[in-house]
Ligand binder design. Structure first.
Ligand code: UDX
Length: 438
C-alpha cells in the first residue's frame, strides 16, 4: 500500500513539500493552525508567490491526493508525519523561537499510529531532534523520530523539492531510514545523493550550508568594500575568482547583501546555539559575516547621501524592488525595504515599486509609498535605486525613462544592470564595489 503522509505547518516549506510529495503519488494531508491559510490552500490557492506551486497544488487537489485541514486528528492515518513549522528569530535574542516545533510534536505524539515516523524538516538548533525524540518516546514509545533538512530556495521551491541536489536523513536506526527511502524512491532511482547521518549532524548540515552561503555573499561584499577603497571593480573580480572551480561563480554577486526568512536568522541562531554548547569561538566569524551584510545596506545609504549632498529632505527617491530577492513576494528582512525605510527616516520621500511584493511590503512598512507602475515610481525622482534584481528592471530602456525623472542618477544596489547602456543613455551610474565612470 502507498504511504500516507501528513505535513504539519503549511507555510512556504510545508505547502511546497505537501504538494510535491502528493505529486509523487502519495496521499497527503496538510495541517495548520491558521484557518485562513488552510481555506486558501484547500481551494488550490497559494498564500504567497512561488512560481509553479499553484498549478501543482491545484492539480494534486483535483487528483484527490492532497487535502488540508485545521483539525490535527486528520493526521491519525498517516505513516509519515513531517514537521514543517517555522522557527523565527526570538524577539529579544539571536536564538530561534522553538514554540511552534514543540507544539507540533506535542500535537502529533499522542495521535500517531504505532510504527509510524515523525520527520522534522524545520531548521532547528542542533540537539533539538534528540530532545524531541526523548519527549516523543515518553508519550508514544511505538513511534520514532528522524530529521530530514530542507534546502529549498524561494523562487525555485518546487524544482528544489522535486529534484534536490542531495537528500540528508538523520536517523537512529535502519527502520527509519528504510521508511524514508520508500518515500524518496523516485529521487533515489534518479541518482540523487543520499546521506545518512546521526540526528545532530543532519540538523547541522542545514545551518552549516546556510552559514557557508552567507559567508560567500559577505566575502564578496567585503571585497566590494576593498574595491571601493582601491578603485577596483568587484564584478570583474568575482568573475575572475569564480572560474576557479574550488571557488565557483555562484553566490558571488556583490550588492546590498542577503535577507529573507532564512540566512539572517539561521546564522544568528547558529551563533546562539554555539554559545550554549560552549563553542562560541568557532562561530565568532559569523558575527563579522552579519556585520558586513548590514554594512552593505549602510554603504548604499552613504552613496545616496553623497549624491544628494547630504540633504535628503524633500527629495524624491524611486526604489525598484521590495522583495528580499527576485521571483519572490517575501519581504522578511528585505535589504531593499530596510534601506528604503532608513532613507525615508532621513527626510526623503520614498516611492517603492515591486512586481509582486507590494502587498506584503505595505503591511510591514505602512509609512513608505508604493506604486504598481515603474513609470509612475520614477516620475520626478531625484535619484533611482535598484535594490532587487527583477528581470523587468533589466529590461527597462534607460533612454526611454530618462525623461521621467528629475535627475538621471541610478544606484545599482545589486550590480545587475548594464552599466554601459545606462551611461550611454545619459545616466549617472553608481554601484557598490565599482569605481565611478561618470
Ligand atoms: C536560502 C538557501 O539558499 C536555501 O538553501 C535555504 O533552504 C533557505 O535559505 P533563500 O532564502 O530562498 O534560500 O534565498 P537565497 O537564494 O539563498 O538568497 C538569500 C539572499 O542572499 C537574498 O537576499 C539574495 O538577494 C542574497 N544574495 C544571494 C546575494 O546578495 N548575493 C548572491 O550572490 C546570492
Amino acid at each position: 500500500m502507498t504511504l500516507r503522509v501528513s505535513v504539519i505547518g503549511t507555510g512556504y516549506l510545508g505547502a511546497t513539500h505537501a504538494a510535491c510529495i502528493a505529486s509523487l503519488g502519495f496521499q497527503v494531508i496538510g495541517v495548520d493552525v491558521d484557518p485562513a491559510k488552510i481555506e486558501l490552500l484547500a481551494k488550490g490557492k497559494v498564500p504567497f508567490y512561488e512560481p509553479d506551486l499553484e498549478d501543482l497544488l491545484a492539480s494534486e487537489i483535483s487528483a484527490g491526493r492532497l487535502s488540508f485541514s485545521t483539525d490535527f486528528s486528520a493526521i491519525k492515518d498517516a505513516d509519515i508525519h513531517f514537521i514543517c513549522v517555522g522557527t523565527p528569530q526570538q524577539a529579544n535574542s539571536l536564538a530561534a523561537d522553538m514554540r511552534f516545533v514543540n507544539a507540533a510534536l506535542d500535537a502529533i505524539a499522542p495521535l500517531a499510529k504505532p510504527g509510524t515516523l515523525i520527520v522534522g524538516k524545520s531548521t532547528v538548533p542542533v540537539g533539538t531532534a534528540a530532545r524531541l525524540r526523548e519527549r516523543l518516546l515518553k508519550v508514544n514509545p511505538a513511534v520514532d523520530l528522524a530529521w530530514n533538512p530542507e534546502f529549498l530556495r524561494e523562487g525555485f521551491a518546487v524544482e528544489d523539492t522535486l529534484r534536490p541536489n542531495r537528500l540528508v536523513v538523520g536517523v537512529t536506526n535502519d527502520a527509519a531510514e528504510s521508511k524514508l527511502k520508500e518515500l524518496y524512491k523516485s529521487n533515489l532511482d534518479a541518482g540523487t545523493p543520499w546521506i545518512r547521518a546521526d540526528l545532530p549532524t543532519a540538523e547541522l548540515v542545514k545551518v552549516a550550508a546556510n552559514s557557508f552561503l552567507a559567508t560567500k555573499i559577505s566575502f564578496i561584499n567585503a571585497m566590494a568594500e576593498i574595491c571601493e577603497a582601491a578603485g577596483g571593480d568587484v564584478t570583474v573580480l568575482a568573475k575572475a575568482i569564480g572560474y576557479d572551480p574550488r571557488i565557483g561563480n555562484r553566490f558571488l554577486q556583490a550588492g546590498i547583501g542577503f535577507g529573507g526568512g532564512c540566512l539572517p536568522k539561521d546564522i544568528r541562531a547558529f551563533m546562539a546555539r554555539a554559545g550554549e554548547l560552549g563553542a562560541e569561538q568557532a562561530l565568532e566569524f559569523l558575527r563579522e559575516i552579519d556585520s558586513i551584510n548590514l554594512r552593505a545596506r549602510a554603504r548604499v545609504i552613504e552613496l545616496v547621501r553623497k549624491d544628494l549632498s547630504e540633504d535628503l529632505r524633500g527629495k524624491k527617491i524611486a526604489v525598484l524592488g521590495a522583495a528580499f530577492k527576485p521571483d519572490s513576494d517575501d519581504v522578511r528582512d528585505s535589504p531593499a525595504l530596510d534601506i528604503s525605510a532608513q532613507i525615508q527616516a532621513a527626510g526623503a520621500t520614498v516611492v517603492v515599486h515591486d512586481p509582486k511584493a507590494i502587498a506584503n511590503a505595505e503591511k510591514r512598512f505602512p509609512a513608505l509609498s508604493f506604486n504598481q507602475s515603474i513609470d509612475a515610481t520614477l516620475d520626478g525622482a531625484d535619484l533611482v535605486l535598484h535594490l532587487t534584481e527583477w528581470k523587468i528592471y533589466r529590461e527597462i530602456d534607460p533612454s526611454k525613462v530618462k525623461g521621467l525623472v528629475k535627475n538621471p542618477t541610478i544606484i545599482d544596489g545589486r550590480n545587475a544592470l548594464d552599466r554601459d547602456k545606462w551611461i550611454a543613455a545619459g545616466w549617472k551610474f553608481r554601484a557598490l564595489g565599482r569605481a565611478d565612470l561618470n
